[in-house]
Design a binder for this molecule. Structure first.
Ligand code: ADP
Ligand code: MG
Ligand code: MG
Length: 199
């Protein structure tokens, strides 16, 4: 079973990963966006880390809802409200239980991804974070390692796609041939989950 501490460690591991990969995320965003995805993610997850230290929410749901709220209030870019919605919806779906099972987490994350799709209007194949998140959620039934692999593959598979949502869509055909920054950070989020589960 996964407790509040597990979810705190997941968020902290994501913050560390985003710090390590910030330059890469920004480089990807400079090719098809406005070169701020690395700094957006860093600022957001640094705020998440600080808030979790100060407020110590005591259920999995509360950890994710608080984290989502922080992302929404600290990240100005499109990714802030989208990741914020992902975590808040997932947290809400987990309810007030002190511990949750893997299956429950998989279902809650599915609700979270649906929230992202509803808010941003992106479908699979539109070259967004959805292209990493949705395969990850679908693979989670086969374990955290499978989810990580699916997210990484989903992110890589955005390279040949034409962007239909977000800033990259302004480029039309010129968005083809580049990996989507948000799908790449989503793969980091899922990799951090797998890393946390592996201990
Ligand atoms: P901004 O584009 O406002 O500068 P970021 O650079 O932080 O924000 O995030 C860009 C990423 O957000 C994109 O790579 C894409 O994955 C994701 N994104 C943008 N718009 C949408 C949308 N409508 N639905 C889903 N994801 C989106
Ligand atoms: Mg950007
Ligand atoms: Mg921006």
């Amino acid at each position: 079973m996964l407790d509040a501490d597990f979810f705190r460690r997941w968020m902290t591991a994501t913050a560390a990963s985003v710090d390590r990969e910030a330059e890469r995320l920004t480089a990807l965003d400079s090719a098809i966006g406005d070169a701020d995805h690395g700094s957006n993610m860093q600022r957001g997850f640094a705020a998440v880390r600080t808030t979790l230290e100060n407020e110590a929410p005591d259920t999995p749901g509360a950890v994710l809802m608080l984290s989502g709220r922080q992302l929404i209030s600290t990240v100005g870019g499109a990714s802030g409200p989208l990741y914020g919605t992902l975590l808040r919806r997932t947290g809400k779906a987990l309810g007030e239980a002190a511990e949750v099972g893997e299956e429950q987490l998989a279902e809650a994350l599915r609700a979270g991804v649906q929230g992202v799709m509803k808010l941003g209007g992106a479908a699979p194949g539109d070259k967004t974070m959805v292209d990493a998140l949705l395969p990850a959620v679908e693979a989670l039934g086969n374990g955290f390692g499978a989810a990580r692999e699916a997210a990484e593959k989903g992110a890589e598979d955005t390279v040949p796609l034409l962007a239909r949502k977000g800033r990259a869509s302004y480029l039309g055909e010129r968005s083809i041939g580049h990996q989507d920054p948000g799908a790449t950070s989503s793969a980091l989020l899922i990799a951090a989950l797998a890393e946390t589960a592996e201990g």
